[in-house]
Design a protein around this ligand. Structure first.
Ligand SMILES: *[C@@H]1O[C@H](CO)[C@@H](O)[C@H](O)[C@H]1NC(C)=O
Ligand SMILES: *[C@@H]1O[C@H](CO)[C@@H](O)[C@H](O)[C@H]1NC(C)=O
Ligand SMILES: *[C@@H]1O[C@H](CO)[C@@H](O)[C@H](O)[C@H]1NC(C)=O
Length: 389
């Protein structure tokens, strides 16, 4: 009798455990895994492994402030606000040399807000900082993604250096058949799994870079370098949409990298001559100083996003005859981890001036949208870019 009762109790306990395990694993795979996986490598904290996060928000866009605050609270992220700037308030004399009159109003206000954010990084002597615009979206698995990105960011600077100390690349012999582009892309890359895994303290991302481009809308690829790979691939990343979805707006042509690598590959590399938009980027102290010096003091002739793209690509050096120092080390990821979100109210950047093209509700590149997820927080996670649609 006693044995029977114990037996039943035991059975019930087992059943209960199995159910609990099932519920937890379900929860884990849908929402929890990102923070848990990254817990060990410094990215789990409230500032995603950077010393601080700043969000640029124009005080009159309270709608965006609300959305960002909610997203941050659900993802256990904390940040400081940097006020967006009304371009009317900027005095003519405050612009650096250049042709600021030819730059549109929105881009001028945006420029000043970014300068103020960078100045904060410098005056607070932060070793690293992440800067967000306020109309963005990310995948709810952001921490897992950043953990891989950090691993790549720690390795890329030395890969790049090794490669450049060996340049020029072996010239192809005239008889050899030119390799096909996918083959060349493969041979220019090493897998993330072959890079060191251990996390240096205190900087999960390392510090041998100036700028990390986390949110862009399209990036050109560095030239192939099959003898000294300079790109890192992360294959079978379930957070990457299939190639047909990899375009920065509907109707745009497919991103160049999408067809060069197998589906669900994420790619990390130094930026090349063109990286569009600047929704999210990180700077080191060194990077912030370079940016504020060049674009706060020396040159203002285009929007800040274009300016940074050119600077990272080496164009500023060519244009104003820069002799002090090397091209900055700017690293990026494709597809980007952060994307602009187009909201029901029309979205559109009144700070960035990127509004209009390819209007839709949602965000490109982001599968399990944190922003769209606000409304369906309790009804499950939706995939913005399913494989089979
Ligand atoms: C998060 O980690 C980074 C890197 O170790 C550190 O600089 C930062 O202070 C941490 N943030 C918080 C809120 O503890
Ligand atoms: C800034 O921080 C670094 C360490 O990260 C320190 O060596 C340096 O003295 C600090 N500079 C100022 C002005 O506080
Ligand atoms: C970037 O460089 C590639 C060659 O590497 C060239 O085909 C392309 O036109 C360049 N794009 C820009 C915007 O300069």
């Amino acid at each position: 009798m006693l044995l029977q009762i114990h037996g039943r109790f035991f059975l019930a306990a087992i059943l209960c455990l199995v159910t609990l395990f099932f519920i937890f694993s379900l929860y884990d795979s849908r929402l929890g895994s990102s923070s848990r996986l990254a817990a060990s490598d410094g990215i789990a904290n409230k500032t995603l492994g950077f010393e601080k996060i700043f969000v640029i928000n124009a005080p009159w866009r309270t709608d965006r402030k609300d959305a960002m605050s909610l997203m941050a609270s659900f993802h256990d992220i904390s940040f400081d606000w940097v006020d967006g700037i009304d371009p009317e308030q900027i005095k003519e004399t405050a612009y650096p040399p250049g042709n600021h009159r030819e730059v549109n109003q929105g881009a001028r206000g945006c420029w000043r807000a970014h300068m103020n954010a960078l100045r904060e990084v410098i005056t607070q002597n932060l070793s690293t900082a992440l800067i967000f615009e306020d109309d963005i979206d990310w995948d709810i698995r952001l921490r897992t993604q950043l953990s891989s990105f950090a691993r790549a960011a720690r390795t890329l600077p030395s890969l790049i250096q090794q490669s450049s100390s060996h340049s020029p690349q072996h010239p192809p012999t005239s008889k050899a058949k030119p390799p096909n582009p996918t083959d060349l892309a493969q041979r220019s890359s090493i897998p993330l799994t072959s890079t060191p895994h251990s996390t240096p303290s205190p900087d999960p991302y390392g510090r041998d870079w100036d700028i990390l481009y986390l949110g862009h809308c399209g990036a050109s690829l560095p030239p192939p370098s099959p003898f000294h790979p300079t790109r890192i691939t992360h294959t079978d990343d379930p957070t990457v949409p299939v190639p047909k979805h990899l375009r920065f707006r509907s109707g745009a042509s497919q991103d160049a990298f999408a067809t060069l690598y197998p589906p669900h590959t994420r790619l990390y590399h130094r930026t090349a001559n063109s990286t569009l938009c600047l929704h999210a980027y990180a700077v080191t102290q060194r990077g912030a100083r370079k940016l504020l010096y060049h674009f706060g003091m020396r040159d203002f002739s285009q929007g800040f996003d274009f300016a940074v793209s050119d600077y990272c690509g080496g164009d500023l050096r060519r244009r104003i005859g820069e002799r002090e120092g090397e091209k900055p080390v700017c690293l990026t990821v494709q597809p980007p981890l952060v994307s602009q979100y187009w909201s029901e109210s029309g979205g559109g950047g009144d700070i960035t001036g990127t509004g209009g093209a390819g209007r839709m509700v949602g965000s490109r590149y982001v599968r399990w949208s944190a922003r769209a997820g606000l409304g369906r927080r309790w009804s499950g996670v939706g995939d913005q870019w399913p494989d089979d649609e």
